[in-house]
Design a protein around this ligand. Structure first.
Ligand code: ADP
Ligand code: TRP
Length: 321
């Protein structure tokens, strides 16, 4: 069985693009019985968040979001990065092999500089810490967005350098970027992204959800006229939430004419409630019991540390400690 590992930074509220673009495929792997490690990258988030209370709260929120949307702690391991302190240790060993030039070429660092972030060592060393997260768990597959592909290349590179210097210890991981995942459109029709301020959150409050759905950009074809559904945002979004039969029905109504975008938006809204309302109920219940959440995260960390222990033993022996 392949080991799957992914990390998510606790920065920002999760939106439909995150759910359909990333979370859902992970839950599908979980349903197939795959061996999944999922962690909240709170060390990584410190490169941009400098408020302890905010970091603590957003770490908790991401855990609640994932658990509410389908991450099953009985089947998968969910943990906080900081509860596995060995990743910091491994990051140092990898740092001692990481060429400056390799890190200087990383787009994410250059991007952050271009956006006016302070040039800190943490930001620069970010990919080395990410490599440690992955290699310490001997992961085979790492589900990530396209923007993280280069970090996976750095990880493989560092694993190879380490193996060349000290013997075959690390598995070379592959990025897992399913082609089938569509780009989810946002309110304005561009890719939904928190940087474009066009998102609809998974846990959007009912009133604001309705307002946002009703404001999704459409063309101005009059209600009476037949319309081609393919490519229009409402229909594309409906496909994510509705059954194939419901989707076929909506397509037929658009093509027949006499069916406007306002009607389609109402149907979309109902389908959104149907899928996400149970998640919201689950989230509310989990949020009421902080001790239970803490237990889940601690238990996940215990399992993650147990998986990391034999790797770290080999690593320490190999490097001469
Ligand atoms: P954002 O663009 O809002 O900053 P992130 O880059 O944090 O989102 O994305 C986290 C995950 O969600 C990534 O795996 C990314 O591929 C996926 N994702 C985000 N937005 C979309 C979208 N509009 N369509 C498909 N997948 C998305
Ligand atoms: N860099 C990733 C992101 O911003 C988060 C991350 C940190 C991660 N460590 C990881 C993802 C290890 C996968 C594996 O999305």
């Amino acid at each position: 069985m392949k080991r799957i590992l992914t990390g998510i930074q606790p920065s920002g509220v999760l939106h439909w693009g995150n759910y359909f673009g990333a979370m859902r495929s992970m839950f599908a792997l979980q349903a197939k019985g795959e061996d999944i490690f999922m962690f909240i990258a709170n060390f990584h988030a410190m490169t941009t968040i400098r408020d302890g209370a905010a970091l603590r709260a957003s770490t908790r929120d991401v855990a609640l979001d994932y658990l509410a949307c389908g991450l099953d702690p009985e089947k998968s391991r969910i943990y906080r990065q900081s509860d596995v302190p060995e990743v910091q240790e491994l990051a140092w060993y990898l740092s001692c092999l990481a060429p400056m030039g390799l890190l200087e070429r990383c787009h994410s660092y250059k991007d952050k500089m271009a956006h006016g972030f302070d040039a800190t060592h943490g930001l620069f060393a970010y990919p080395v810490l990410m490599a440690a997260d992955i290699l310490i768990m001997n992961a085979d597959l790492v589900p990530v967005g396209k923007d993280q592909k280069q970090h996976l290349e750095v990880t493989r590179d560092l694993a190879q350098k380490f193996n060349n210097a000290y013997g075959e210890i690390f598995t070379l991981p592959d990025a897992y970027i399913p082609d089938s995942v569509a780009v989810i459109p946002g309110l304005d029709g561009q890719k939904m992204s928190k940087s474009y301020h066009n998102t609809i959150e998974i846990f959007e409050e009912a009133g604001s959800l309705k307002k946002k759905v009703m404001s999704i950009k459409t063309d101005s074809t009059p209600m009476e006229e037949p319309k081609e559904p393919e490519g229009n945002s409402i229909y594309e979004l409906y496909k994510l939430f509705a059954t194939p039969e419901e989707v076929a029905e909506m397509a037929a109504k658009f093509r027949a004419g006499g069916y406007g975008y306002g009607h389609a938006k109402k149907e979309l809204l109902a389908a959104v409630h149907r899928l996400f309302d149970p998640f919201r109920e689950k989230r509310d219940a989990l949020a009421k019991d902080p001790d239970a959440l803490e237990d889940i995260l601690r238990e996940g960390a215990k399992k993650a540390r147990a998986a990391a222990a034999p790797v770290m033993e080999k690593v320490r022996a190999a490097v001469g400690l």
